[in-house]
Unconditional design. Structure first.
Length: 161
């Protein structure tokens, strides 16, 4: 089900989920108690890039050892309606989780059920969020600059660190 234009959708699980058509979101989702190998990070990257442009416009992605950050804008599903963020996340997490479980030879939920998401409200918040995501691996000591982190996805070449 899509999100109609000009309609704010609010859902409440453990975390609140607000959606508004045409919005950009900061989304973060976390592994259950384990870390991703480099091969598994590549699986997550491939799944994100597979959904990019069809279901959402990816601005920036960062696949960390135990969580993933995305800066995305859901695409139009049909005139006047954008793809539901929950549906997008279910696709990313479900597909990547199944593939990682296959590689690990295990079954069951791979990602924590809920994802953090926040509507980006203005250009200042966009810039702050972009820099927060880009610098996440630098702050964690995984690289010295965002462009050096191999699991960063900068889908908008017009944007800079």
């Amino acid at each position: 089900m899509g999100i109609p234009d000009n309609e704010l959708i609010k859902r409440q699980d453990a975390l609140p989920i607000w959606q508004f058509a045409g919005s950009t979101y900061h989304v973060e989702f976390t592994c259950r108690p384990h870390e991703l190998s480099d091969q598994e990070k590549e699986i997550v990257r491939a799944v994100i890039l597979n959904g990019e442009s069809r279901f959402f416009d990816l601005i920036l992605g960062c696949i960390m050892p135990d969580h993933v950050h995305l800066l995305i804008r859901p695409n139009e599903e049909r005139p006047g309606q954008t793809y539901d963020l929950g549906r997008i996340m279910k696709g990313i997490k479900g597909t990547s989780g199944r593939e990682i479980n296959r590689v690990r030879g295990r079954a069951g939920m791979f990602w924590k059920e809920e994802s953090y998401n926040r509507i980006i409200r203005n250009s200042a918040e966009f810039k702050e969020t972009f820099h927060y995501i880009a610098n996440n691996p630098v702050v964690d000591g995984l690289c010295s600059a965002p462009e050096d982190y191999p699991f960063m996805i900068l889908a908008r070449p017009d944007l800079r660190w």
